[in-house]
Ligand binder design. Structure first.
Ligand code: FES
Length: 273
């Protein structure tokens, strides 16, 4: 049983949950995730561990309300018990001392990026973080990323906060300014990761993307999370979730994610009735 210790709304439709899960907090490494079920027969949803506190035995998860289960979860308050939290799952991020690492997170992609940046910093790297949002009121965790990063650039699509434009505009500016970049790590909406990968490929900057496909069992058995990397089928839950971004078939991933949108919208409508 996993108790919600703290819950707060970070931005419109985005909640942060601190959950008591001592064993997971002890074992979790950057890049790993959990799969939760909010009821015994409920849908399984994968959530990246954004932060852990082994001393207090807690993990922090970010949840975007996009479908029935995530809207239902957003109704849970502190002290509520989540029956199933399984993890840590997935391969931890491969981290080494690269030099200057640019961590790029869009929206909820900040969850993996935060935990990864902690590991990247511990390994002695310099970090520039680029955080992308649609507008000012959706910005969150800038303070936390500032604690880990040597430099933080926030972009908003409408220019209401930080630099106007996309994360790729900020990345292009760093490149144009002659900043040496040894590694890029990105997480967020798939079209954003695709755009980052296309840009860094042009400049031959090694890039890793933390993928977010649909998952069911999280153990490599169901095939729901399959992605094509370098022409080979991989299961994001056991082979990933991080892959060489220059080798990922992002178009296929976008199509697979879109396949379930209608069903998800119908389930949400039923739940909200
Ligand atoms: Fe089932 Fe990955 S979630 S194989």
């Amino acid at each position: 049983m996993y108790r919600i210790v703290k819950k707060r709304e970070l931005a419109e439709n985005v909640d942060e949950f601190v959950i008591e899960a001592p064993e997971i907090a002890q074992k979790a490494k950057p890049g790993q995730f959990v799969i939760i079920r909010i009821s015994k027969k409920g849908e399984r949803i994968p959530l990246t561990i954004a932060e852990k506190d082994p001393e207090f035995g807690t993990i922090t998860l970010m949840v975007q309300r996009v479908g029935k289960t995530t809207f239902h979860l957003s109704c849970f308050e502190e002290e509520h018990i989540i029956p199933d939290v399984v993890g840590p799952l997935g391969k931890p991020t491969h981290i080494e001392k690269w030099g200057h690492v640019v961590c790029i997170g869009g929206g909820l992609g900040l969850a993996p990026i935060h935990h990864i940046a902690q590991g990247v910093k511990e390994a002695g790297n310099e970090i520039t973080t680029i955080m992308g949002f649609r507008r000012k009121d959706l910005v969150f965790w800038e303070d936390k990323m500032k604690l880990l990063s040597d430099k933080v650039i926030v972009t908003t699509n409408d220019g209401s906060y930080g630099m106007k434009g996309l994360v790729t505009d900020a990345l292009q500016k760093l490149i144009d300014d002659g900043v040496k970049i040894d590694m890029v790590i990105t997480a967020g909406p798939v079209p954003m990761m695709k755009a980052v990968a296309e840009l860094t490929k042009k400049y031959e900057i090694p890039t890793v993307a933390s993928l977010n496909p649909i998952m069911v069992d999280g153990t490599g058995m169901c095939g729901a999370c399959r992605v094509t990397v370098d022409g080979e089928v991989k299961f994001a839950c056991v082979d990933g979730p991080e892959f060489d971004a220059h080798k990922v078939d992002f178009d296929e991933l976008i199509n697979r994610l879109n396949m379930f949108k209608t069903l998800e919208a119908e389930a949400l409508k039923m739940f909200q009735k």
